[in-house]
Ligand binder design. Structure first.
Ligand code: HEC
Ligand code: HEC
Length: 218
């Protein structure tokens, strides 16, 4: 017990030294757009451009997500979650650790949020049609609520004042599939109140593929 508390304290202290953050600040919307300077954020995010693109459009759709037009408060939360170990990815956790000041993180988050919002091309495939139904109506028999209720029209979120629900329309398909599978397996569990885990656990791999195909085309 004491050992556990001490190791938790070490994690928090390391995080404080690394980025000046604590677990309470990982709430989406923990910053507002006015807190960051997009011009400063452009140069401060040079390292990020290598994978996420200078305009926030991934340089490799099979591996990296888009950040373009994502809510600043959401980017802010995710990077802090990687720093704190609330979310883990070998590559991205190492990158998050390089952002050593909270102001740098705010500037970077605002920079990406102000890029032209990610947008995909619809494939019109049979899978995308199934995905369209799941997005709008959910899977009532399995108790899955339609994604649109939280992620908004076309998956573009619920407006700038609400960064709890991320932009997912126009995101890379491979990334959406990976996140849904991570939520399903419980290897990603930084979602508030387990909202996404509950949903992903009720989706089959086929349904995950279908909804990801639809979303990536929006
Ligand atoms: C070497 C490649 C690489 C670099 C450089 C990189 N990232 Fe990432 N990033 C990734 C990968 C891979 C993921 C997806 C992780 C996963 O699958 O959970 C990711 C995910 C993210 C996410 C989560 C997106 C979402 O929609 O939840 C954010 C935010 C992010 N990166 C921000 C940054 C920032 C800010 C920088 C610069 C400081 C940066 N990244 C640099 C590879 C990189
Ligand atoms: C009850 C509200 C709710 C519903 C319904 C919902 N989501 Fe989410 N979703 C969230 C929240 C909240 C997050 C952000 C988790 C976090 O902060 O890390 C999220 C995150 C995600 C992410 C990760 C995005 C990223 O960039 O990291 C994906 C992908 C996603 N949802 C897909 C879906 C799909 C597909 C559906 C429908 C089958 C759906 N969601 C339904 C609340 C919801």
């Amino acid at each position: 017990m004491i050992k556990k508390v001490i190791s938790m304290m070490t994690v928090v202290l390391l995080a404080v030294f690394a980025g000046g953050v604590n677990a309470d600040q990982t709430i989406a919307g923990g910053m507002s757009v006015a807190d960051g300077d997009p011009n400063a954020g452009k140069s401060k995010s040079e390292l990020c451009h290598g994978c996420h693109g200078v305009n926030g459009i991934s340089v490799d759709p099979t591996t990296f997500p888009n950040l373009a037009g994502q809510f600043a408060g959401y980017i802010f939360k995710q990077v802090q979650d990687f720093q704190l170990g609330n979310r883990h990815d070998d590559t991205m956790s190492a990158m998050a650790a390089t952002v050593t000041s909270l102001q740098d993180l705010k500037d970077i988050a605002v920079y990406f949020s102000k890029q032209k919002t990610m947008e995909g091309k619809p494939t019109g495939s049979a899978a995308a049609k199934t995905g369209d139904t799941i997005f709008h109506n959910g899977v009532p028999k399995a108790g899955v609520y339609g994604c649109i209720n939280c992620h908004g029209k076309n998956g573009k979120g619920r407006g700038k004042g609400n960064s709890l629900f991320p932009v997912i329309g126009g995101q890379q398909k491979a990334y959406i599939v990976k996140q849904l599978k991570d939520f399903k397996a419980g290897t990603r569990k930084n979602d508030p109140a387990g909202m996404m885990g509950d949903i992903a656990k009720k989706l089959s791999d086929e349904q995950i593929n279908a909804v990801a195909e639809y979303l990536s085309g929006l």
